[in-house]
Design a protein around this ligand. Structure first.
Ligand code: AMP
Ligand code: ZN
Ligand code: FE
Ligand code: FE
Length: 297
């Protein structure tokens, strides 16, 4: 069976592989297609697609937008989005600005505790977006903590010693922007948003009324039961089903493609995504697979 991985991160957000390296890893593990879905940025997409072209593997443009819904943190995947949409780029700029402000506040809180991380340290550790995982890495590097989990537990998670609340965009807004840009908005890892099946169903129903096009049913953190329930819910609301490993390179244990902890994502699901994108813009059917202009850093 030909398989795909539709949720991956590169060093343009908090992954450790560069886009080209990510694509060659996809070839190595035998995937037929991937989507690069960096947090709040499209900056790695052009390189990933150019590498895909050279290595003869399909690479769909993507993004994972940090948003919220009814107080819960929600990640909206946007598939097949172009690089030049003004509203999407406006959203990306706003999200980056929010992050910059928050990062400064986190560094200030750490400094109050005599833990000095400079702005230069932060800039040097990422090519694009900078988030708490990068600060966690620096805390390890400076010998303040031993592990990633310790960094979050002691300092970075809610109520940790350097916790700073973030401003989140409404998921409905992220969905609208992805849709208007010609992409497909998909709810990432629904199991991580709320944990009861009935609440998940309610959240999906509400987001569907805002234009959600699909749900990420296949995900390493989902049990077999949840996976089945999500596929049923997708059927009920006529949503696409997607899946991905949420690969972060060496940052997390999970391997690209998700073996052996995640059911493999069949190419047929990816084909349905492509068909839906082609329906949306019949003039440029394979638009999601074209090389995109680099829009922001
Ligand atoms: P940020 O977008 O800067 O708020 O960082 C969120 C990212 O940090 C998530 O996507 C996770 O990858 C990671 N993260 C959040 N909470 C934890 C935690 N308790 N332990 C380890 N990683 C975490
Ligand atoms: Zn991440
Ligand atoms: Fe996520
Ligand atoms: Fe992710």
């Amino acid at each position: 069976m030909r398989t795909v991985d539709l949720h991956t991160h590169s060093s343009y957000s908090d992954g450790t592989f560069g886009p080209t390296e990510l694509v060659s890893e996809a070839v190595r593990v035998g995937l037929a297609a991937i989507s690069l879905t960096d947090h709040d940025t499209l900056a790695g997409v052009e390189e990933a697609q150019a590498a895909g072209h050279l290595m003869n593997i399909e690479v769909m443009s993507g993004i994972e937008i940090s948003a919220s819904h009814e107080g819960n943190s929600v990640h909206i995947l946007g598939y097949g989005v172009p690089g030049h949409d003004p509203d999407l780029n406006g959203l990306i700029r706003d999200l980056q600005e929010i992050r910059t402000t928050r990062n400064q506040k986190i560094l200030a809180r750490l400094a109050e505790q005599r833990i000095i991380i400079s702005d230069d340290d932060l800039q040097a550790i990422s090519r694009g977006l900078i988030g708490r995982p990068h600060i966690a890495q620096l805390l390890i590097r400076k010998g303040i903590v031993k592990t990633f989990d310790q960094a979050f537990d002691r300092y970075l998670k809610k109520n940790g010693k350097a916790w700073v609340q973030t401003v989140r965009f409404p998921a409905s807004e992220a969905i609208r922007i992805v849709k208007n840009a010609g992409g497909l908005p998909v709810l990432a890892h629904p199991g991580a948003v709320v944990n009861k099946a009935s609440s998940i169903r309610k959240t999906i129903e509400q987001l569907t009324s805002h234009g959600l096009a699909g749900i990420e049913a296949i995900y390493p953190g989902h049990s077999t039961t949840l996976n089945r329930q999500l596929i049923e819910i997708a059927g009920e609301f006529h949503l696409l089903v997607t899946g991905g490993s949420d690969f972060h390179g060496n940052m997390k244990q999970i391997r690209l493609g998700g073996r052996p902890v995640m059911p493999q994502v069949p190419y047929t699901l990816f084909q349905k995504l492509k068909d839906r994108l082609a329906e949306k813009s019949p003039d440029h059917a394979p638009s999601s697979l074209q090389t995109l202009p680099n829009t922001q850093v």
